[in-house]
Design a protein. Structure first.
Length: 665
């Protein structure tokens, strides 16, 4: 009795499903002969696709034979899975899936299986499909219902069903490419899809949609509820979509072109490749490499496997090995734009920037609308100091791909280097809300803090540094630059704490030692400051920073009364940077303290020549000329120093200049 009740419930559910799927607006009913032809063509070749992921979780879909041993289905039916079978609908005939070929852009996949001895369907030309035409949707719907039945009976897979439907609309452009976002797959970007009147039930995705003569004109895709589309496309509260068959024909043609003579070897290689790709997409890069290794072992000329393995190695930091894989992918497939692009990125990580630019030039030549290649080339030019040219590349990347946070972020770095701080800030404001990964977001906040610091937006800059450190507590550069900002704000003790942390995280960080040295100078801790500069100087590679470090160490030595040693530091700063006005001024003060007044005046002369607004140099030249009994000249210098101090708000120089003038009078 229980079995009989279960059977009756299934019949009721089946009838209910058929009634729901039938479109009441259909005006053209196929003849019985046509229906029988459709059933023969579709149901005899329809399969149930059963897939499993790495945890053994199952999901079902539909598919159909398009060649002997080749089944078509939707990509989302196999996405994230590692193994599966196909079973001929309404029979027990089945085959393991030996290999998979996918086209994520158009949401399709081909499954390589055993030849089950059944016919395959012919593909029609989907470009001839017209709105309001009747079509027939075949699939294996997984139907759920409510009722007084056992819990395990509330879902059933109805194998081999065919339902009439209507082409309601043809969607192109943004209306079609937006579908990928709704299913969480941004790689799904079809140029065109069809909207139909019949819901695509769970389990029916991947089934064929046929015209009246039994040709496949589309593949069932998915139903969305309450989809925000123009009112012309509205069909109740559901929107049902199918993928045009011409995209499937292109994928089959690609398979036929690439199919090697050794079928079994190809199947195994493709299987390992697809497994590796699934793991790559789940960020399991090390285990993905193992699968790509096996794919390459079975098929040594597998360019895509070399490319994907190189990409995984690049992410894992194995840059030199990644370049070798990209080399091989390009050797096997000379027009492989993606391989050129990624090889360029790997070379950048190896500091081979000129060679990287050449690779990215080639990627762009092969694929002129390659936004990522323009962005990467801009990054290589940034590293070469070609900031203006880099901005041009970023402009093109953003034109091709307006929602491109990495390009906005990189362009901000170029503009920062060019001193275009307002524009750099605007780019960072666009990039930051779209950056998802914590390390990248922390770096963006850090860079924005630097830009705001130059724009004297100190409070906001401090907030950005705080956020960067919260997101990435080991970001030594953020601690160091926050310390510099706190020095500027007069918070020298707090600045030292930041420099201490930066040095703890990165013991060979010269900027942090220099910053701490300057903070200690401000607190009068000159002996400790000299020790910090002693540590920093052997670590510094950039000439301007090295010159500044010598100058600052000289200042602390001067305050400690070590005038001769201070002069040696100022000498070295001037040797490194011959136009260093402050170093001439500081050397002049040290020479004055040693009684070398004539030499001191010469240093002050050079400092003023290099920086006519250096009030300190005018003041001390005037004081030195007083000692040399050149009073009239001294008075003129002190008056100039007073004027400049009043303009700049330097109260210390202003007070000394006023007292000196009173004494001279």
């Amino acid at each position: 009795m229980q079995q009989k009740n279960k059977f009756l419930w299934c019949l009721v559910a089946l009838a209910f499903f058929l009634l729901c799927c039938a479109d009441s607006t259909t005006t053209q009913v196929p003849s019985e002969t046509a229906k029988r032809t459709l059933l023969d063509k579709a149901l005899n070749t329809l399969v149930v696709v059963e897939m499993k992921d790495k945890d053994g979780q199952q999901k079902f879909g539909s598919g159909f034979f398009v060649r002997r041993g080749l089944v078509a289905t939707c990509f989302h039916v196999i996405d994230g899975t590692t193994s599966g079978t196909v079973k001929l609908a309404r029979t027990e005939l089945k085959s393991d899936i030996r290999g998979m070929i996918s086209d994520e852009k158009y949401g399709l996949a081909l499954l390589i299986v055993a030849d089950l001895g059944v016919p395959f369907l012919s593909l029609g030309n989907s470009d001839t499909v017209q709105v309001n035409k009747t079509v027939h949707v075949a699939g294996n719907p997984q139907v759920s219902w409510k009722g007084k039945v056992r819990r395990e009976d509330k879902t059933a897979l109805f194998e081999g069903m065919i339902t009439p439907s209507i082409i309601k609309a043809v969607l192109e452009g943004p209306a079609s490419t937006s579908l990928g976002k709704r299913i969480g797959n941004p790689r799904f970007l079809p140029d065109k899809v069809f909207q139909i009147s019949t819901q695509v039930q769970h389990g029916s995705s991947g089934g064929p949609v046929l015209n009246d003569i039994g040709e496949v004109i589309a593949v069932s895709f998915q139903t969305f509820k309450e989809m925000p589309l123009p009112s012309d496309f509205k069909e109740g509260e559901f929107f049902n979509f199918v993928i045009p068959s011409n995209y499937l024909q292109a994928l089959i043609s690609q398979w036929e072109l690439e199919k090697p003579l050794d079928e079994e070897q190809s199947i195994s290689a493709h299987t390992y490749y697809l497994k590796g790709e699934a793991k790559f997409n789940r960020y399991e890069y090390e285990v993905a490499i193992t699968d790509f290794d096996e794919a390459i072992r079975l098929k040594p000329d597998y360019a895509d496997a070399y490319y994907k393995r190189g990409s995984a190695k690049f992410i894992l930091g194995q840059r030199a090995s990644a370049v070798s894989d990209f080399d091989e992918a390009i050797r096997l497939k000379p027009d492989y734009a993606d391989a050129y692009c990624n090889r360029g990125a790997a070379k950048m990580a190896l500091d081979q920037y000129t060679s990287a630019v050449s690779d990215l030039d080639e990627a762009i030549r092969l694929k002129p609308d390659y936004a990522d290649a323009y962005c990467n080339r801009g990054a290589a030019k940034n590293a070469l100091g070609q900031y203006t040219s880099a901005v041009v590349d970023y402009n093109e990347a953003i034109r091709l791909k307006p929602n491109f946070p990495q390009a906005h972020y990189n362009r901000a770095i170029s503009k920062y280097a060019l001193g275009q701080y307002d524009s750099a800030l605007a780019d960072l404001n666009i990039a930051i809300p779209s950056i998802l990964l914590k390390p990248d977001l922390a770096a963006a906040y850090y860079k924005r803090g630097m830009v705001k610091q130059f724009l004297r937006q100190y409070t906001s800059a401090l907030e950005d540094y705080d956020e960067a450190i919260r997101l990435e507590p080991h970001l030594a550069t953020a601690y160091s630059d926050r310390g510099v900002l706190k020095n500027q704000l007069g918070q020298h003790t707090l600045a030292i704490l930041d420099f201490d942390e930066a040095i703890r995280l990165k013991p060979d960080f010269p900027n942090a030692y220099c910053g701490r040295g300057m903070a200690r100078q401000s607190l009068g801790q000159h002996t400790s400051a000299v020790l910090d500069f002693d540590t920093a100087i052997p670590l510094i590679r950039l000439v301007p920073k090295l010159a500044s470090a010598y100058k600052n160490r000289g200042i602390s030595k001067y305050v400690l009364g070590q005038y001769t040693s201070a002069i040696l530091d100022f000498d070295e700063a001037i040797r490194l940077e011959p136009n260093f006005a402050e170093a001439y001024y500081n050397r002049g003060t040290a020479r004055y303290s040693l009684g070398q007044h004539a030499s001191a005046v010469l240093d002050f002369d050079e400092a003023i020549h290099l920086n006519p607004n250096l009030a300190e140099a005018y003041l001390y030249r005037g004081l030195t000329k007083i000692v040399l009994d050149r009073v009239n000249e001294a008075k003129s210098d002190v008056q100039t120093a007073l004027k400049l101090a009043q303009q700049s708000g330097n109260d210390v120089i202003k007070t000394i200049a006023e007292q000196s003038l009173q004494n001279l009078d």
